[in-house]
Write a protein that binds this ligand. Sequence first.
Ligand SMILES: O=C1C[C@@](O)(C(=O)O)C[C@@H](O)[C@@H]1O
Length: 144
Amino acid sequence: MPKILFLQGANMEFLGIREPEKYGKTTADELDQMVRDYAAAKGFEVEIYYTNVEGHAIDKLFAAHRQDYDGVVMNPGGMCYAGYALRDCIRGIKVPVIEVHMTNHYDRGIHSISAQACKGVFMGVGIQTYMRAFDALLEMFKAK
Ligand SMILES: O=C1C[C@@](O)(C(=O)O)C[C@@H](O)[C@@H]1O
C-alpha cells in the first residue's frame, strides 16, 4: 500500500476559523477526517502532520525520504512566500511532492517559492484541491 505524507504548513491548523470567505468553513479536523476516509476508500496509508515552523516541515520531509514514503501532499500555507529552505529541501529528496493551495494564486497575485521544486501544483478549487492532489499521486504510482 502506498504511503503518503500529508503536510500542512503555516496557519493551516486554523482552517475553517481564519478568513472563511477565502478558505471556507471546513475545519482542519474535518479535513483530516476527509483525508483519512479518502485514504481508506482509495487504498493508501496516510500520515497527517501540521506545523507552523518551516524547519519542522523540512525535518518531516527528510524523515519521509528516509522512511521511503511514496509521495507528499503539502499545503505550505504562509511558508510558500519565502520558503527558500523548504524549496531546497524538496529539491534534495527523492519523494515527489505535490503542492496544494485552496485559493488561486494567479487571481490573488501571489507566488509560491516552494512550488518551484514540486512535481506539480494544484490550486483554486477549495477543499477539493487536496483530493485532486492525492489522485495525481495515485495515478503517478500506477504509471510506475
Ligand atoms: O495560508 C495560506 C493558504 C494557501 O496556501 C491556500 O491554501 O490557498 C494560500 C497561501 O498563500 C496562504 O498563505
